[in-house]
Design a protein around this ligand. Structure first.
Ligand code: NAD
Length: 497
């Protein structure tokens, strides 16, 4: 084994205390963090030189362990925010298992050196591109899909041949603790390690010179992560949030639209980064859309308010802070004239917020100024699509933009005059599951892409290799001294080659 240099240890120890105190009242074991980081640095070339077959074996082990721990993950997510078993299977375990299967199918092909042609001036040379591991990488995850959003990037990082440190969210403590024991059973910490904890642990980790930082979370914390990464010029993938709008025009199939919107909005109690945040609907069909969406909510979760509250399929808000925040968003909108069509109730002891639809919401309402991240759906009307486009553009570049329409010309018009990380036409959320497409945001909703090849690419360095098989090359004709012959050749090159 060839050992790496350890200049990072100096940088890290200069800026961090040996013991910091975390917001979760657990001390941050900085020396253990440094120890693991140090040994991962030493181990990185052992991991980066593993073959596709060896990486596939690790991914197979991870997949089998996920199946074997299905009940444990279901139980942990029930405890954390009463997530239903079916939603845990569909939104936490299935995407990871499916990603593993896809990566296993393609990894050998991705790791093959890719030959590229030579331009005339380099005739005779051979060039290829090879994806090599970035090295030692950090993955910081949020709470809303704590298994999925910790393990999906891990799959890509392993596929690319990296050593990995994972930091799950402190807001889902049962799932976070389970992830730690789960990973510790599968991997040597010198290849994959988990550090639990909150902001203090995250910040202690961010001081270290990782080769890549993959962060999923809020836009505000994304900025902190990017600043920390800049100190070490670490590359970043930032999977952030924001308001993801839906445009519905009068050509849309309304019953189908209502069903899909209700599913996308209220799954995980609205705590989904790509959930429809608010609806912009053509005014002539707004009443119909509202009543069809109400019908759909009742079909999903129960006819009466009590049945919906007792529904085992409806999750809870993750903590009191977010419960109060969402409750206040409803109160603020109501105070400014919003009408509640269904829901509006909030029960603190259970952190329950009923599936809620609001209309008559104006841009002054706080709910239109921040990502809702909860089960409240504002429905806003427009008479001209230009108004809808303008209102979307004012709020920055969304992570997802959804269009419900049968009018191809209108769909193209909306696409051409907006930008977004991803778009589903006549559906919601499903682009997340399409691993042939890159997933991610744009500017304030994110930087970089993940999933499938794009995830593998995020954790890889695309190394450019040119091989000169002969002693002579055309380039030598341009070497100094720059006499007339050389200048003639340069002139010829400039004009013709
Ligand atoms: P968050 O930004 O509060 O926390 C994310 C992670 O960062 C956690 O592990 C947390 O411990 C850590 N963290 C928090 N504050 C920090 C700080 N000051 N310094 C360093 N680390 C810090 O986000 P969240 O509340 O866990 O998740 C919700 C947000 O994540 C929403 O905005 C949502 O849209 C976004 N999100 C995005 C995606 C995506 O794929 N784009 C997926 C899920 C969630």
């Amino acid at each position: 084994m060839i050992h790496g240099t350890k200049s990072y240890t100096m940088a890290a120890t200069q800026t961090s205390e040996t013991k910091l105190h975390s917001d979760t009242h657990k001390s941050v074991d900085t020396s253990r963090i440094l120890e693991v980081f140090d040994i991962q640095q030493d181990n990185r070339y052992n991991i980066s030189t593993t073959t596709a077959k060896e990486r596939i074996e690790k991914l197979e082990k991870l997949k089998d362990a996920l199946y074997a721990h299905k009940d444990a993950f279901r139980a942990a997510l029930q405890k954390d925010f009463r997530k239903s078993f079916a939603e845990t299977d569909l939104t936490e375990l299935y995407p990871v298992v499916n990603e593993i299967k896809y990566v296993i199918k393609h990894l050998e092909e991705w790791l093959e050196p890719q030959k590229v042609g030579a331009p005339t001036v380099l005739l005779g040379t051979k060039s290829h591109l090879r994806y090599e591991a970035k090295g030692v990488v950090l993955i910081i995850a949020p709470w809303n899909y704590p298994v999925n959003l910790t393990l999906m990037p891990l799959v890509s990082a392993i596929a690319a041949g990296n050593c990995v440190i994972l930091k799950p969210s402190e807001l889902t403590p049962h799932t976070s603790a389970l992830l730690k024991t789960f990973i510790e059973k599968l991997f040597n910490p010198y290849e994959v390690a988990v550090f639990e904890g909150g902001v203090d642990v995250s910040q202690a980790l961010l001081k270290l010179p990782f080769d890549h930082i993959f962060f999923t979370g809020s836009t505000a914390v994304g900025k902190i992560v990017m600043k920390a990464a800049a100190e070490n010029l670490a590359s970043v993938t930032l999977e952030l949030g924001g308001k993801s709008p839906v445009i519905v025009d009068k050509t849309a199939n309304l019953a189908d639209t209502a069903k899909k919107i209700a599913w996308g909005k209220f799954t995980n109690c609205g705590q989904t980064c790509i959930a429809p945040d608010y609806i912009l609907v053509e005014d002539s069909i707004a009443d119909d859309l509202i009543s069809l969406t109400i019908q759909q909510i009742k079909k999903f979760y129960g006819e009466s308010a009590k049945e919906r509250m007792l529904s085992p399929d409806y999750a809870r808000i993750v903590n009191n802070h977010h419960f109060e925040r969402i409750k206040n968003l409803i109160a603020d909108a109501k105070g400014k004239g919003a009408k509640v069509h269904i829901g509006g109730t909030a029960i603190a002891e259970q952190r329950y917020i009923a599936p809620t639809i609001l209309s008559n919401v104006n841009e002054d309402c706080q709910i239109m100024k921040e990502e809702i991240f909860g089960p409240v759906l504002p429905i806003i009307t427009y008479s001209n699509v230009a108004e809808a486009i303008y209102s979307i553009r004012k709020k920055g570049k969304p992570l997802a933009l959804y269009i419900f329409s049968q009018d191809k010309h209108r769909i193209e018009e909306i696409m051409a005059h907006t930008t977004a990380g991803g778009t589903c036409i006549n559906d919601v959320l499903l682009h997340y599951f399409q691993h042939n497409l890159p997933f991610g945001g744009v500017n304030q909703s994110g930087i970089g892409k993940s999933h499938g090849f794009y995830g593998f690419e995020a954790f890889s360095n695309a190394r450019a290799v040119l091989e000169q098989p002969t002693r002579l090359s055309a380039a030598q004709l341009t070497y100094p001294p720059y006499n007339n012959d050389v200048q003639t050749f340069i002139d010829f090159t400039l004009k013709w080659i």
